[in-house]
Design a protein around this ligand. Structure first.
Ligand code: HEM
Length: 500
């Protein structure tokens, strides 16, 4: 049958075809007439997704910034995103224009159908976000963030971690599970008011569900779901994530029930207690974010945000120490000279400048969260000569800040001297922003900095980290695994040889 015969045989399908072509044309016209910052030409419906490496999008975006400048547009399917690149641009947006660029850009996989006051602290905006963020910061501080009590909890956890590491007797082991357990447990102490034994099934389930959930949210199929949420159940990873969330939510509800039964207003054990007390005060207040469903969301977010980023940073630090043994020797020499074998304290940090510089340099080089989290503009703005509409999604490319050639002497090398003055004292650098900046700056920065310092120093006091037998230092791979949100090191093993 020829083409003209097909046309005559099925006029309905011809009409359908014409409508589809018209739609494609209109979408194309719409995309190409948008007046925003420059960027690669989008395809109808697909935008620029064929040009982006969905497994490591920050790499493609860094390349595009060389072509289109520090403020540019990419289209993710039908969704417009403005990318900010380089220290000066990211700072000008997030700090100088903090309010305009300070909203959270919402991703369907995290928000689902949740109401505004039911999105925890990470995925909320306006009043519910302000209230819960203020409450979380105040209470996490009250339970120790930046205080002595938390310091001793972290020291206790660091010692437990050392016992696990010691049990490998210098043989090769994967650092992932032990480090994750230790860091998760610090969050448990803060949130629930008590730590778990590492082999407690309640704890191992909690950690493993959180990790699997984090892993799935970084997969390319979930990036596609975020662009076309109408795909719904057709995306298998989306269904798995929903199942994990339900399990984690039920487990948390069980914990809350126990905590509620033993709640004593005179003696708050942790964040959940404080929230439950506030909840009872606010019962009957319309639209309050202090209700049980939002508690579940907030606790799950603190748990996932507080575990993976910190544990992954610590694992990169150990990997870098094994790769650069002369730097590890310098760290250990400083620790031995300044504090010897006694338990490290937070106040030692100012006398351990080289060690502190190594931790900062690790965070700079590895860019554990390369794209921050999405932001959104809350009004129209002309930014660096470009018009950006209210409601536009913004991606601050943090990795470009840490590799900005106008800011760093050796942007692509591991060079702790970036953070040292000539006299060996610690040098603060403005272009260091692994926790982002502005209104949405990481809520757990204080906690994470304490954990990284105490746990790293404690491990360095007790063990020499090396490549496994048969693997050279050059073989230790610093390439990150695929993933949108967090840069994990490739699966690897290290040996931890006891120092004494
Ligand atoms: C090395 C460890 C960590 C790094 C590198 C890190 C980094 C970040 C970054 C880049 C953001 C996004 C900021 C933005 O949107 O511009 C963020 C947000 C957040 N982080 Fe962290 N983080 C770390 C540890 C923690 C810890 C320990 C906690 C838990 C207490 C935590 C809780 C949060 C929360 C709740 C948010 C959302 C804040 C909001 O939207 O208002 N993070 N973090």
């Amino acid at each position: 049958m020829g083409f003209s015969e097909v046309l005559l045989a099925s006029p309905g399908s011809v009409l359908g075809l014409v409508l589809v072509l018209l739609l494609v044309y209109l979408v194309y016209k719409y995309l190409s007439s948008d007046p925003g910052p420059p960027g690669p030409k989008p395809l109808p419906l697909l935008g620029n997704i064929l040009q982006l490496d969905l497994k490591r999008p920050y790499l493609t975006l860094s390349k595009l910034s060389q072509q289109y400048g520090s403020v540019f547009t990419v289209w993710l399917g039908p969704h417009k995103v403005v990318v900010l690149s380089g220290y000066k641009t990211v700072k000008e947006a997030l700090v100088k224009n903090a309010v305009v660029f300070g909203e959270r850009g919402l991703l369907p996989i995290f928000v689902g159908n949740n109401a505004k006051n039911c999105r925890g602290v990470k995925w909320s905006n306006s009043e519910p976000w302000k209230e819960v963020r203020r409450f979380a910061l105040f209470n996490l501080r009250d339970f120790g963030m930046g205080k002595k009590s938390l310091e001793s909890r972290i020291c206790e956890e660091a010692q437990c971690l050392c016992e696990v590491v010691k049990s490998f007797k210098g043989k090769p082991f994967d650092t992932k599970a032990p480090v994750n357990c230790a860091i998760s447990n610090v969050i448990c102490s803060l949130v629930y008011g008590s730590r778990f034994d590492y082999d407690d099934p309640e704890f191992t389930t909690l950690v493993s569900h959180a990790l699997q959930n984090m892993h799935l949210t970084s997969t390319p199929s979930i990036q596609i779901y975020n662009l076309y949420p109408w795909l719904g159940r057709l995306v298998p990873n989306r269904n798995k994530i929903y199942k994990f969330r339900e399990k984690m939510s039920n487990q948390n509800l069980k914990f809350f029930k126990r905590l509620r039964e033993t709640l004593n207003p005179q003696m708050c054990r942790g964040f959940v207690d404080a929230f439950l007390l506030r909840q009872s005060k606010e019962s009957g207040v319309p639209d309050t974010p202090f209700h049980e469903e939002n508690l579940v969301q907030t606790v799950m977010q603190l748990f996932s945000a507080g575990t993976d980023s910190t544990a992954t940073t610590l694992r990169w630090t150990l990997l870098l120490m094994a790769k650069y043994p002369h730097i590890q020797d310098q760290v250990r020499e400083e620790i031995t000279r300044v504090i010897g074998a006694r338990q490290v304290k937070l106040e030692d940090r100012k006398y351990l400048s080289f060690t502190d510089a190594v931790i900062h340099e690790t965070q700079r080089l590895i860019n554990v969260i390369p794209l921050a989290l999405p932001h959104e503009t809350n009004q129209d703005i002309t930014f660096q000569g470009h018009f950006i509409k209210k409601g536009t999604t913004i991606w601050p490319l943090l990795t470009s800040v840490h590799h900005d050639e106008s800011e760093w002497e050796k942007p692509h090398s591991f060079y702790p001297e970036h953070f040292l003055n000539k006299d060996g004292s610690f040098k603060k650098r403005d272009a260091f922003m692994p926790f982002s900046a502005g209104r949405r700056i990481c809520l757990g920065e204080g906690l994470a900095r304490m954990e990284l310092f105490i746990v790293f120093v404690t491990l360095m006091q007790r063990f020499q980290f090396t490549a496994p037998p048969g693997v050279t230092e050059e073989d230790l791979d610093l390439t990150a695994q695929r993933g949108l949100a967090i840069r994990h090191p490739m699966p690897h093993e290290l040996c931890a040889v006891p120092c004494d």
